[in-house]
Ligand binder design. Structure first.
Ligand code: ATP
Ligand code: MG
Length: 498
């Protein structure tokens, strides 16, 4: 600690030793406002050299170094935004004029009371809490003022980061709510006896935590049913997470599902990661295309279901988990068991409540309501006001719908987009689906060359697969060829829309 030459006050000696040992800045002024001592930290915090302050009047020092460019940084300590521990230090803080600021020490001298202020030090940009403490002589006259300066910069930065993180969190929560609401918008449409039965079963089992296995051909609405289960369950306010087991490479699937501990992998993945089971904790997890789950993960899944706890990849610790599992597949799991591709014990664990969704061709009464529903949806989406003619619906009733509701949905959307007329006629439908009489007919005419016949068959099959799946990936899977081949052939064969 530096002190003014010739200073005699012995009581200051021990204080000076202490002052250099603490992490707060300290300076002392006498009753005239002259700085008689400062510690090293004060010089560091303020950026003012000892020779520029010691022996000088604090008001002059203040004018050169303190008056902040931006008066907003001044916070008198009654202000709500101050850190709570500062609040505890400060008892008075009264009478501080933010528009006409004074050094705290001078103000303390004038007011004869302890005063604290939060401000920014101009030379170093440090945010500090400055507290002036008056010292009185025996006659009750003020003798000197100690000013203690605490660096709050890190605290403020942390506070700022925290409030940014809080805002970010709020944004994510709102986004999540928005997506959840959208996710849950579509209801299970249908007026057939089969759909009525499914609805009834769903409502009666929704609250049971038992595992449900939903089976049915592609596009029948397994996901819609899974969501219906979730929406009506007592877990509806918790997470709903779905994973398509066939869409994620086998090497990533395990950590996607079960997460990994810090250090389980090297490099960028050295952090820990929550798996979907943990994300879905207290909620519902839909394991879609469960038939595609590799054998070693089937064993792991079985353990999680039985023991209700999981171990992350690369971890020893087990974690309790409470997840309602819904599994879905369009594969025949019993057949997969026979060929050794699916564990029988897992099958029985999943199949606690089986829900079989019949194909659309077995519940044709649903077609008309689904047509209305999709027509309405796509009219709105594409700002159209198209109407589907009754004979057109009759034509759709005759069709077999191998791609089920998804195919119907895709076709309605396509009809809404193409063509200019406002009425969708039977002929429009037949152009897409073919006439019922010549459906499935392969051109075996002898006048055609083999190449032309192959092209025609290829075109029909690719167009059909595209129309069923609505995308090139699904079509490629169905046809057993690469997605890029589908794209190339569709272009070459002149299939423009589906
Ligand atoms: N009953 C229904 N009511 C309303 N929309 C339905 C219904 N059934 C199916 N859909 C719609 O059809 C499309 C296909 O349904 P979904 O994705 O549930 O089929 P899926 O059985 O899971 O098919 P995949 O086995 O190919 O995954 C979705 O867009 C869905 O919204
Ligand atoms: Mg699905």
């Amino acid at each position: 600690m530096y002190k003014k030459a010739g200073m005699k006050d012995n009581s200051d000696e021990s204080m000076f030793l202490i002052a250099d040992a603490i992490s707060d800045g300290v300076y002392v002024i006498d009753r005239e406002g002259t700085v008689t001592a400062i510690n090293k930290i004060y010089s560091e915090l303020s950026g003012i050299k000892e020779e520029n302050i010691l022996g000088k009047n604090m008001e002059d020092v203040w004018k050169n170094h303190y008056v902040p460019a931006d008066s907003d940084v001044f916070v008198v300590l009654e202000n709500e935004s101050m850190p709570s521990y500062a609040e505890m230090i400060v008892k008075s803080g009264n009478g501080y004029d933010v528009d006409n600021p004074y050094p705290v020490s001078i103000l303390t001298l004038k007011k004869k009371t302890k005063i604290s202020v939060i401000t920014t030090l101009q030379d170093t940009d440090k945010i500090v809490l400055m507290t002036g403490i008056p010292v009185f002589d025996e006659g009750g006259e003020i003798k000197k003022v100690y000013t203690i300066i605490r660096d709050l910069t890190d605290l403020y930065d942390m506070k700022k980061k925290l409030s940014e993180a809080e805002n970010e969190k709020k944004r994510f929560i709102n986004e999540l709510k928005y997506h959840r609401k959208n996710e849950l918008k579509t209801d299970l449409i249908g007026k057939s006896r089969q759909v009525a039965e499914i609805r009834e079963t769903v409502y009666s089992i929704a609250d049971a935590d038992a595992t449900v296995l939903i089976t049915g051909e592609t596009g029948v609405g397994k996901e819609i049913v899974a969501r219906e289960l979730y929406k009506n369950s007592n877990r509806k306010n918790n997470a709903y997470v779905k994973i398509n087991c066939s869409a994620i490479p086998e090497t990533l699937l395990e950590s996607e599902l079960f997460g990994y501990e810090k250090g389980a992998f090297t490099g960028a993945q050295n952090k820990e990661k929550l798996g979907l089971f943990e994300i879905a904790d207290n909620g519902t997890l839909l394991l879609d295309e469960i038939g595609e789950l590799p054998m070693h993960l089937q064993s792991k899944l079985l353990r999680v279901i039985q023991e209700k706890e999981l171990r992350r990849v690369g971890g020893e610790k087990t974690r309790k988990i409470d997840v309602r599992i819904i599994a879905a597949t369009n594969q025949d799991l019993k057949q997969l068991i026979k060929t050794g591709k699916f564990r029988e014990d897992l099958y029985y664990r999943l199949n606690v409540i089986p829900l079989v969704i019949p194909p659309l061709r077995e519940r044709k009464e649903d077609i008309s309501v689904l047509v209305d529903f999709f027509a309405d949806r796509f009219n709105k989406k594409h700002s159209k006001s198209k109407f589907i003619d009754r004979y057109a619906v009759d034509s759709m009733m005759e069709y077999d719908w191998p791609g089920n509701v998804r195919e119907l949905e895709n076709i309605i959307e396509r009809l809404m987009i193409i063509g200019t007329g406002n009425i969708i006629m039977q002929s429009d439908i037949e152009r897409i689906l073919g006439k019922s009489t010549d459906r499935k007919k392969v051109d075996d005419s002898c006048s055609s060359t083999l190449r032309a016949a192959v092209d025609k068959l290829e075109k029909e099959m690719i167009a059909k697969a595209l129309s069923i799946h609505g995308n090139t990936y699904g079509a490629a899977r169905e046809l057993g060829i690469n997605q890029s081949t589908v794209v190339r052939k569709a272009k070459a064969l002149g299939i423009e829309e589906w």
